[in-house]
Design a binder for this molecule. Structure first.
Ligand code: IYR
Length: 222
């Protein structure tokens, strides 16, 4: 069967000069994004989070199956449960599971098993990979390229959060199965991908003094 194709909606072409200016300004804006671990408890309106998630949901995905599920948490009791469960995993990680070489590369970041930001920040966004769809007859249908798709959507989400003037932390307690339990997501269909912490930075927020690789190091032109 022939697919039904429609005209490209909403495409905007810019003059070459404007294209360069826009590209350069966007790159500068994205270079200002930093992962933050010191959060303020200032509230952030739910509508802002909704718009960021709408941007995330625009990502391309395998066979357009859009295999992402976002759970935005502002409930104080739920955030506390997430913190308790995440810190239990992190203690295991830092005290037993992490090989010395891993702890060594984490050292410049100054991370440890304490994750107070999981309660302080106004929003947590748990990102799940929806690996299967449940069909009406109860059977499961596989989704394709789910890791890539959800990675792309999460990248757009980070960019949207930054563009809105908020900061985030990509947090990956491992294993993260506790998120399925606390947030009531089906284990047979969905796997946690990561946990984003979102809010305003604390007034005295500090970040590691790290540099990004220059263009010449990350790109070749052939
Ligand atoms: N999940 C741990 C450890 C950790 C791992 C990596 I790779 C990081 O870039 C940062 C932390 C934690 O959150 O502390």
């Amino acid at each position: 069967m022939k697919p039904r194709l429609v005209p490209l909606p909403g495409y905007v072409e810019y003059l070459p000069d404007d294209m360069l200016t826009r590209g350069s300004e966007f790159a500068d804006e994205m270079q200002r994004r930093r992962t933050v671990r010191d959060f303020s408890d200032r509230p952030v309106p739910r509508a802002v989070i909704e718009e960021c998630l709408r941007a995330a949901g625009s990502a391309p995905s395998g066979a357009n199956q859009q295999p992402w599920q976002f759970v935005a948490v502002s409930d104080v009791a739920v955030k506390q449960r997430v913190r308790v469960a995440a810190e239990a995993e992190e203690r295991e990680f830092y005290e037993h599971r992490a090989p010395p070489a891993w702890l060594e590369v984490l050292q410049p970041l100054g991370t440890d098993a304490n994750k107070p930001f999981l309660e302080i920040a106004p929003w947590l966004i748990a990102v799940f990979i929806r690996r299967f769809e449940r069909l009406a007859d109860g059977s499961k249908r596989k989704h394709y390229y789910t890791d890539e798709s959800v990675g792309l959507a999460t990248g757009l989400l980070l960019a949207a959060i930054h563009h809105a003037g908020l900061v985030s932390l990509t947090h990956t307690p491992s294993p993260m199965k506790f998120l399925n339990e606390i947030l009531g997501r089906p284990k047979d269909l969905e796997r946690p991908f990561l946990l984003l912490v979102v809010g305003y930075p604390a007034a005295d927020a500090r970040v590691p003094d790290i540099r990004r690789k220059p263009l010449a190091e990350i790109a070749d032109f052939v």
